[in-house]
Design a protein around this ligand. Structure first.
Ligand code: ZN
Ligand code: ZN
Length: 434
């Protein structure tokens, strides 16, 4: 266990005040001082002790302990280093809703200089999953004092960064009978207190590929005796740029990036092979399919023009996240009730990043939100940067909004009502509409 007195002291150093958390008063007022301190300390302790995908052992222990300390009786391990908890609803048999937070860190050397910076060389919470894990614990606080109609499953998921954890949770069978699922990601492009909860694409598919070009090596001085895979690779790299520019409908976002190329060992030797890898991104299934078929076709045919054979392997990753209208309306209603209508802002961005929450949405309808995580005046540092940090008020906003999503979805499903025929929100209320 990496826990130490030094870690705890660093995590508790200069805890933010209610004012410096920058979260809306309606959100802060829902938590006691001791709850705020425990959530911030939990996040800082996770941040100081990051663990890579599928080895989140101490992280899972800490989250398990935090949930049990709240009085949650049903807490168990799932999918190896995941944790699952069940918060009882008001009515036995009412629809069950799941909330998911991911918990893994990245292989990055932290450069934030924070007092609770990573104590693990080369490992860092640079994507905010320490915050996501903490806001699920905060959502448990919320759902214990104001339960949903049905039970709420809290899923603390390992291994998001390698696209494996969601599938492992699904394979464990714990989502059986779950009627809706909600999750979110911190976003430094938006201020603390702002939330994106809207229908449509929220994340892209992320498929990776390998192209192996096999020609015929020769002396660098006698290229006419070779079938040069390096020249073929150069032609393939240029040609695949036309997939996005000439083959994909300009109104549909798509990316084809070649991220690595390896060939040859000496200046005067033409090698037999060249290998390239890359990533394909799309926000709809049709574009996703077109990217893979066109990549394979162009690589093969361009290589053939150089007398070189291309073997293209596609490794399918996460599908796109496309929030459905009904579940997005519930999330929007929940966020509006908690934060006010002005806080629910348009995304206005096409996110070509991948997110393995998409695998849940293939099984269970839901909504994925973006949660503002920048304090006023701070720069919008990108996730996966060694200087990434999150304004901690986002923990409370995420907790309150996700708990409200669970209540709103559970109640709407229980009464068989869509959001359209639910009672109109007062707009100024900071309570969820149930
Ligand atoms: Zn990430
Ligand atoms: Zn992430």
């Amino acid at each position: 266990m990496p826990s130490s007195d030094a870690t705890t002291a660093a995590a508790q150093a200069a805890l933010p005040t209610r004012h410096t958390l920058h979260a809306p008063a309606a959100v802060l007022d829902r938590f006691t001082d001791s709850e705020l301190a425990s959530l911030i300390t939990l996040r800082r302790t996770l941040h100081a002790n990051p663990e890579l995908s599928n080895v989140e052992h101490a992280t899972a222990d800490r989250l398990h302990t935090a949930l049990r300390a709240l009085g949650v009786t049903e807490v168990q391990r799932v999918a190896g280093t995941g944790v699952m908890a069940r918060i009882p609803g008001r009515t036995h048999g009412a629809p069950v809703v799941a909330l998911r937070g991911d918990i893994d860190a990245l292989p990055i050397q932290e450069q934030t200089g924070l007092p609770f910076a990573s104590q693990v060389p080369g490992v860092m919470h640079a994507c905010g999953h320490d915050v996501h894990a903490s806001w699920i614990v905060g959502a448990a606080m919320e759902l214990l004092r104001e339960p949903a109609a049905g039970d709420v499953l809290l899923i603390l998921q390992p291994a998001e960064e390698i696209g494996a954890g969601a599938r492992a949770i699904i394979d464990s069978g714990v989502l059986h009978g779950v009627a809706a699922i909600f999750g979110g990601h911190v976003d430094r492009r938006f201020l603390v207190g702002q939330v994106i909860a809207e229908p449509g694409p929220l994340a892209a598919s992320a498929d990776s590929f390998t192209i192996i070009l096999t020609g015929r090596g020769a002396h660098g001085a006698r290229p006419h005796e070779a079938a040069d895979p390096i020249v073929a690779a150069a032609a393939v790299i240029a040609a695949v740029q036309t997939i996005v520019s000439r083959r994909i409908d300009p109104s549909r976002p798509a990316v084809c990036t070649i991220g690595s190329i390896h060939a040859g060992v000496a200046a005067n030797v033409i090698p037999d092979t060249a290998t390239m890898t890359g990533t394909l991104r799309a926000t709809d299934a049709q574009t996703r399919a077109l990217l893979t078929t066109e990549l394979a076709r162009i690589a093969r045919e361009v290589a053939a023009a150089h007398g070189v054979e291309a073997v293209v392997t596609i490794e399918r990753g996460t599908p796109p996240i496309v929030n459905p209208v009904r579940e997005a309306a519930w999330a929007r209603q929940a966020a509006t009730a908690m934060l006010g209508a002005d806080a629910v802002v348009p995304f206005g961005i096409t996110n070509m990043g991948g997110e393995d929450f998409a695998f849940y949405m293939e099984q269970v309808p839901g909504c994925f939100l973006r949660v503002g995580a920048r304090a006023p005046g701070e720069p919008p540092t990108a996730a996966h940067s060694p200087r990434f940090d999150v304004a901690e008020g986002a923990i409370l906003v995420g907790a309150v909004v996700l708990a409200a999503c669970a209540r709103t979805a559970s109640q709407s499903l229980a009464t068989g009502r869509g959001v359209d025929d639910a009672e109109p929100s007062s707009g100024s209320s900071n309570r969820p509409m149930l």
